[in-house]
Design a protein around this ligand. Structure first.
Ligand SMILES: [Zn+2]
Length: 231
């Protein structure tokens, strides 16, 4: 394993603590089952990322059990193997330098849309605020290699939505930091559920584009902060 430079040690330790703590949000919001789901964060100022270990239950996650990887997805520090989705996270960090955090879940309502291969239409104002668009569907891709990462980047690059429904699989979200990506995962499941419930009792219309644009601009800019950070 490559040693971590001494000047990066504090940033790595902070990322270990942050990524570990954020995993509690996935269970709090019922986005994950058993050991599924994972969060990673880019370590600022380094070519490193911190990600959940593979196969460790949520109750047993600690900052020390997080795995430090390079941006090729190779572990450089940690007692466990990194998440089996590490290659997808690493691909996103390599291709999208503005991304500081990546989240993956199989949250049930959003994944039901993914199973149908159907985008969630931008039908409510909260969705226009957060996503500024429909939540798109990405291609079907098998785990291993760069196919999942490639599908995420190809779908999200140049779009407003920080969430993609990977076909017949689940949700990947991105953010300027890991907390923003977690928020996007929480909101993705929330709006997927709302639009699903609405459709059980009748047709649902997408908001007119000019309303989506106005809502998104106000929400993303009026608070004077980059997207997804106000609360
Ligand atoms: Zn998955």
């Amino acid at each position: 394993m490559t040693a971590i430079a001494p000047q990066a040690a504090d940033a790595v330790a902070a990322a270990r603590r942050e990524v570990c703590a954020l995993h509690a949000e996935l269970t709090r919001w019922n986005l994950v089952t058993w050991t599924s789901g994972n969060i990673s964060a880019r370590v600022p100022g380094t070519g490193l990322m911190v990600i959940k270990p593979s196969g460790v239950t949520y109750d047993d996650l600690t900052p020390d059990s997080m795995v430090v990887c390079d941006l090729d997805g190779t572990a450089v520090e940690g007692a466990h193997a990194p998440s089996s989705d590490t290659g997808a996270h690493a691909y996103v960090y390599r291709e999208m330098p503005e991304v500081g955090g990546v989240v993956h879940t199989h949250s049930p309502y959003a994944t039901a849309w993914a199973a149908r291969g159907e985008p969630v239409p931008c039908a409510v104002t909260a969705m226009a605020d957060e996503f500024g668009d429909d939540i798109p569907v990405g291609p079907f891709a098998l785990i291993g290699g760069d196919d999942i990462g490639r599908g995420i980047v190809a779908t999200l690059r140049g779009r407003r939505s920080p969430a993609v429904l990977m076909r017949s699989h689940g949700v990947f979200t991105i953010g300027r930091d890991a907390r923003s990506a977690v928020k996007a995962a929480v909101m993705c499941e929330d709006v997927a559920r709302t639009v699903h419930l609405a459709r059980e009792h009748g047709p649902v219309s997408r908001l007119p584009q000019e309303h989506i644009d106005a809502l998104y601009d106000r929400y993303q800019n009026a608070y004077g902060q980059p997207r997804g950070t106000h609360s």
